[in-house]
Design a protein around this ligand. Structure first.
Ligand code: PMP
Length: 359
């Protein structure tokens, strides 16, 4: 068996330990003679998986039972619509911070439901940075303030929550969920597609503070899209195998030492990579230094020809999925929780050699 060093932006690398458990349990889940995905979502085994995953999330994030946890479908893209459907009436205003393509998509959907006030946009600077609190122009009458904590495409990240002046934050945390400590009391709702830091694609985790959920519209919303439908029960068939995988990833997160462990190692990994980029003028970081992401590290080489050569030679060294997003080009190394320090060191050694050979 050969496993490569996978820097995919998503669906992304999963912890080897987790894949091995899934492999072991695939044909015979805990002596039951079937896999978990061949069982009823109302059965004892799946109910335990669902409950365990929610209890683990509650512990890992220190939610203190103040949040409803839901495993939904449709990806983060569905949340772009479902959030305003539930929380924004036509006469109401929501503030959105525009830090890239994903924020823009969220803004587009919200406009279908109510007034959108764009409190900041980084578009004129090609989304190479995130705003400081002083740059936010909040409407002052907002239902919520929406932001994208980590911008997967440009490689920018908020280093802490934007100051929403007490208005509940709603966060698309798809690409940095569980990667570092967050100030949970500031959030009304957090959503994240699982396929970067949490598990395989197919499930989206949505956390909603209970008192914030109480302010959501209770009627005039199709049943499946109404958050209240999912708050206290499994309403319809969930993506059972994906949730099972999420539960295994959460177990792994806890066993490793939880958020403190990942926050520390993610900083170490990112520091190592940015130090290599900043060494001389050969590599050039795309994001502004203060806005740099610890999850998606984006950079350029002196020419597109060298970038092509870099990708080709990297692949020959089993360093894969390093091509930047098609809208900005260059190189992107996605170094989520499951990316090991060892993979990172091998990448950095390759980068140093490539620079020595071609610089
Ligand atoms: N938000 C962010 C920050 C993302 O990175 C992505 C996917 N790359 C999305 C939203 C869209 O997620 P999905 O494909 O699960 O709808």
């Amino acid at each position: 068996m050969k496993r490569v060093h996978n820097f995919s932006a998503g669906p992304a690398a999963l912890p080897l330990e987790v894949l091995e458990i899934a492999q072991k349990e695939l044909l015979d889940y805990q002596g039951e003679g079937t896999s978990i995905m061949e069982q009823s979502h109302r059965g004892k085994s799946y109910t335990r998986v669902d409950t365990e995953a929610k209890e683990r999330l509650n512990r890992i994030l220190g939610l203190g039972n103040k949040f409803k946890i839901m495993f939904l479908q449709g990806g983060a893209s569905t949340q772009f619509m479902q959030v305003p459907y539930n929380f924004l009436k036509p006469e109401e205003t929501a503030d959105y911070i525009n830090t890239g393509i994903w924020s823009k998509k969220a803004i587009k959907e919200a406009k279908l439901f109510g007034n959108v006030h764009v409190a900041y946009t980084g578009e004129d600077q090609n989304f190479t940075r995130v705003p400081a609190d002083e740059e936010l122009n909040l409407s002052g009458e907002s239902r919520y303030v929406h932001f994208t904590s980590n911008n997967t495409i440009y490689g920018t990240q908020f280093s802490s929550e934007p100051d929403s002046k007490g208005t509940p934050l709603i966060c698309d945390a798809s690409s940095d969920f569980l990667s570092r400590k967050i100030d949970i009391d500031k959030y009304g709702l957090i959503y994240a597609g699982a396929q970067k830091n949490l598990g395989p694609s197919g499930v989206t985790v949505v956390l909603i503070r209970k008192d914030f959920l109480e302010t959501a519209d209770k009627k005039d919303i199709p049943t499946i899209l109404n958050y209240h439908t999912h708050a206290d029960r499994i309403f319809n068939t969930p993506p059972t195998f994906a949730v099972y995988m999420v539960n295994l990833v959460l177990k792994w997160v806890e066993e490793k030492g939880g958020i403190p462990y990942f926050e520390k190692i993610n900083s170490q990994k990112a520091d190592l990579l940015y130090k290599t980029i900043d060494d001389d003028g050969f590599y050039r970081g795309i994001a502004e230094v203060n806005s740099r992401s610890k999850m998606n590290v984006t950079f350029r080489l002196p020419s597109e020809a060298l970038e092509q050569q870099f990708l080709k030679e990297a692949a020959e060294h089993d360093l894969v999925a390093l091509k930047g997003h098609r809208t900005i080009g260059g190189i992107r190394a996605s170094i989520y929780n499951a990316c090991t320090l060892e993979s990172l060191e091998i990448l950095v050694n390759f980068m140093n050699k490539f620079r020595a050979d071609n610089g």
